[in-house]
Design a binder for this molecule. Structure first.
Ligand code: SAM
Length: 277
């Protein structure tokens, strides 16, 4: 299972590489500190460093613990429940299935076992896809999986050529989405199943941060549904759950490092799956 971390993988990894050169001691501490005592943000970065060194088992362990320490049981249950909802919804859906903004593939991890369809993992970052290829190679042995790096706002697909598209927080992570929904309408011929979260619109620190991050279009219920409809989708909000969400702590070894840019203050967010066709 994955979380709502929205940094560009590419950007974060470049920062880690720079740090390894300028402050190798920090990387050593990140890798050698006892896992039991580490803060979740440091653990998440430890996972990234291990991933970049192809130590996937250790990376997994660090990331699982980071997730457990970053999010409440209710949050984790809701994230997982949305993925299971998509899994059930997808039974019998035509392939290939394009997973938009796959990141480290938490949704793929849930959907791949037992699925008949061919999957296409996609992301803006070629580097995260290379990592996914190494990690998912075993699960997809025999039937294969495709990996395509592109910006979700300008996909390489022909009109109506994607029978099924899924995404776990992919829409919410596209900054300045502009014509994103029109582009998805252009390429999806069947169903789009998008796990998303909506923030309350009442003015406060979270709405300010959302504006600064240029995420307003798809982070609020009303505006997101309007974007879907204006692009020509029929859309339903399914499996809606309101869950208390708290800011994740900043790094201690990597002083001030952040994983999630939202929320910046405690708030109830609506987790849901948007079913569009
Ligand atoms: C945190 S991941 C989302 C979780 C992921 N879907 C999963 O199942 O684990 C967010 C991803 O969105 C990608 N991303 C951000 N902007 C994008 C864009 N314009 N086009 C495609 N991918 C984008 C980032 O590179 C990052 O890997």
């Amino acid at each position: 299972m994955e979380d709502q971390r929205d940094d560009l993988w590419e950007e974060t990894n470049s920062q880690i590489e720079a740090l390894a050169k300028s402050e190798p001691e920090k990387i050593r501490l990140l890798l050698e500190s006892p896992i039991e005592t580490m803060n979740p943000t440091d653990l998440f970065f430890r996972g990234l460093v291990l991933d970049s060194r192809r130590q996937y088992k250790g990376a997994r362990e660090a990331r699982d613990l980071a997730l457990e320490r970053s999010y409440s049981p209710e949050q984790r249950a809701s994230m997982s429940d949305q993925m299971q909802f998509v899994r059930r919804q997808m039974v019998g859906s035509p392939g290939p299935v394009v997973d938009l903004a796959s990141g480290m593939g938490s949704l793929l991890e849930v959907l791949l076992p037992g699925a008949d369809q061919h999957f296409v993992a996609t992301d803006l970052s070629p580097r995260v896809l290379m990592r996914d290829q190494a990690v998912f190679g075993e699960i997809t042995r025999g039937r294969g999986m495709s990996y395509l790096a592109f910006d979700a706002r300008h996909t390489p697909f022909a009109d109506g050529s994607v029978p099924t598209m899924v995404t776990y927080l992919g829409l919410a992570n596209v900054r300045d989405p502009g014509g994103l929904m029109k582009e998805l309408r252009r390429v999806v011929s069947g169903e789009l199943l998008a796990i998303n979260l909506f923030y309350p619109e009442r003015r406060g620190p979270n709405t300010d941060a959302i504006r600064q991050l240029k995420l307003e279009a798809l982070m609020y219920r009303k505006s997101a549904l309007r974007q879907f409809r204006e692009a020509g989708f029929k859309v339903k909000v399914e499996n809606s759950q309101n869950v208390l969400s708290r800011p994740t702590p900043k790094g201690e070894i990597l002083e001030g490092a952040e994983t999630d840019s939202l929320p910046v203050a405690d708030t109830f967010v609506e987790w849901c799956t948007l079913v569009a066709s």
